[in-house]
Design a protein around this ligand. Structure first.
Ligand code: NAD
Length: 260
């Protein structure tokens, strides 16, 4: 149902972003991949998405800490396909430390990648969406957009901010055929999460199962990880015509985390 439409998905060389890019391509969208990684691996993903969608996928290595590179990526998508019709603000990083020791440069990087990049993306893309009278903006927030955990000050602040930005731009575009929403996952099974397990096993003297259930899934009542494919299916739904009334929302997919 997305034939003829184009999408930029930030942070789509891995994890949730990659799953969203695949879901959009499977429905026929031309996809601009973004994110870091090995050239061969990225080229393989680009090829896979081009075959799936029937439209040449592109990769842009824009660094989400650099406003000029973000704007240039939107310009490149516009030159290639018109639009972009769909923007998914997904790139994100984490850093865990108490406030007294939190490195200021980590604060700056997390705010830049997890929040400010979405401002630059929306600022550049909304005029193109308005010109076409249609647009979908979906941002990957987090359960940490609704509740906090200790030692994640920058991440929690950035994700709360992303929800405020989303609500504001939703109001500004409400009569333009554009919807602007956040999806807020709980713990999702991605390389990012999986790679934390061995260190935590060592640090706490725990088994793999103990780390998964007592640490990672401690706050997630279902005791199951969310999957990237579940988040991708949710994002895809928000791109449908049936979802046009959903705007300015922060939608949870967190296994009950924020119900507690
Ligand atoms: P991931 O590490 O698997 O993927 C992150 C992506 O962002 C990669 O493609 C990476 O190259 C890219 N990236 C990182 N820094 C970048 C930069 N400066 N410029 C451009 N791209 C950059 O992570 P993930 O788990 O898939 O997370 C994706 C999003 O989902 C993030 O915003 C994260 O906060 C959010 N999220 C994740 C979880 C989870 O449990 N995994 C839960 C809630 C929210």
């Amino acid at each position: 149902f997305l034939k003829g439409k184009s999408a930029i998905v930030t942070g789509s060389t891995s994890g949730i972003g990659l799953a969203i890019a695949r879901a959009l391509a499977a429905e026929g969208a031309a996809v601009m991949l973004n994110g870091f990684g090995e050239a061969d691996a990225i080229e393989a993903i680009r090829g896979e998405l081009s075959v799936a969608s029937g439209a040449d996928a592109l990769h842009d290595g824009a660094d989400m800490t650099k406003p000029d590179e973000i704007t240039a990526m939107v310009d490149r998508a516009h030159a290639a396909w018109g639009g972009p019709d769909i923007v998914v603000n997904n790139a994100g990083i984490q850093y865990v430390s108490g406030i007294a020791d939190f490195p200021p440069e980590k604060w700056d990087a997390i705010l830049a990648i997890n929040l400010t990049s979405a401002f630059h993306m929306m600022r550049a893309a909304v005029p193109h969406m308005r010109a076409r009278g249609w647009g979908r903006i979906v941002s990957t927030a987090s359960a940490h957009s609704l509740v906090a955990s200790p030692n994640k000050s920058a991440y929690v602040a950035a994700k709360h901010g992303l929800v405020g930005l989303t609500k504001t731009v939703a109001l500004e575009t409400a009569t333009d055929g554009i919807t602007v929403n956040c999806i807020s996952p709980g713990y999702v099974w991605t390389p990012l999460v999986e790679s934390q397990i061995p260190d935590t096993m060592k640090a706490r003297g725990m088994t793999r199962e103990q780390v998964m259930n007592d640490v990672l899934l401690a706050a997630q009542p279902t005791k199951e990880f969310v999957t990237p494919e579940q988040i991708a299916a949710f994002a895809l739904f928000l791109c449908r015509e049936e979802a046009k009334a959903i705007t300015g929302a922060n939608l949870s997919a967190d296994g009950g985390w924020t119900a507690a």
